[in-house]
Ligand binder design. Sequence first.
Ligand SMILES: Cc1ncc(COP(=O)(O)O)c(C=O)c1O
Length: 385
Amino acid sequence: MSFVSEKSKKTPRSVIREMFAMQTGLTDVVSFALGEPDFTSPKHIIDATVASFQRGETHYTPNAGIPALREAVARSYQERGLDYKPEEILIGSGAISVLCLACTAILDIGDEVLLPDPGWANYSGLIMQVGAVPVPVRVKEENGFMYDLEDLRAAITPKTKMILINSPSNPTGGVASAENLRQIADLVKEKDLYVLTDEIYHELLWSDEPYTSIASFPGMKERTLIVDGFSKKYAMTGFRLGYGAGPEEVIATMTKLLENVLSSVNEGIQWGGVAALTGDQSPVEEMKEQYRRRRQIIVEGLNAIDRISCLAPMGAFYAFPNISKTGLSSRDFAIRLLKEKHTVVVPGTGFGEGGEGFVRISYATSEENIREGLKRIAEFVASLP
Ligand SMILES: Cc1ncc(COP(=O)(O)O)c(C=O)c1O
């Protein structure tokens, strides 16, 4: 007899964890698996957190977050031309908790959500967990792995409630153009839909184009929930600090729901967030400089390998090379590369059926690892018939 709910059983497991388990016991492993900065969080952020604990700030905090952090987040939006007030900001434990609260607050059982395929694997699990239905929409290489408007339109049914956008994208590194987002915004308004936009990589951009949020188009702020966080930009994954920005009604509902799962985020971590947003930004610039260099090495290195091609990713720290000419499925490619060359990449199918023919390579790792990994991938591909 099982007491576990059917919807929990159906919620998929992350393929990244599976690849992780497979590498246990192997030595001399080069891993491109983890979507996590390899840098330690900047010192002034750690200091602000420790100072808060040392002041004895070890208690519950307001459900939506401490005022100083909500204000700092609101100000950071205002500086980017997005008019959010502190009451329109919610602080959560990592962007993932904010995504989960957003799905709970916005979706009813049976509501359909359009999401990118390939896209971050956790999205479908999050949607299924609240009894809603993920509807994958293919995002194609020739479109920079971003939505084609006609594909989105074709996927809309009377049950569609929301479109999920992730730009820059995990796993592809694709970035939506302002024009593409404007068209999606028009479709969203025409069909009376809601948008959940995961902007956690918004600062990690590799072109000179400024970042555009879909919330910035006329009439969109009231039907958009932005999710963001500190994990990627500030290398603060272990802090577990994220936030949402959206209409007051949705934020207030998410705040009510947050009380049932987190109660509140601890205070020291939130002061770390204040220091991150208001303090010295030069560590971020230094990390970005390293990602830029690594990106160049990885893209040039992959494109130099016969039978592999790689679009230059425009954001985040992922490359999503096309391996279809090797004749292997993405899963076989990843498993054989791991077993034969002790090199870990994530099969594209771990991000949806649309990921077949691709693998994800996270270049949030040292140049030395990248060069060694590229050498092993080249040897592996050369050994294939
Ligand atoms: C697209 C995307 N959204 C959200 C998250 C979760 O971030 P956090 O660490 O803030 O929960 C990740 C982490 O990998 C991600 O890649």
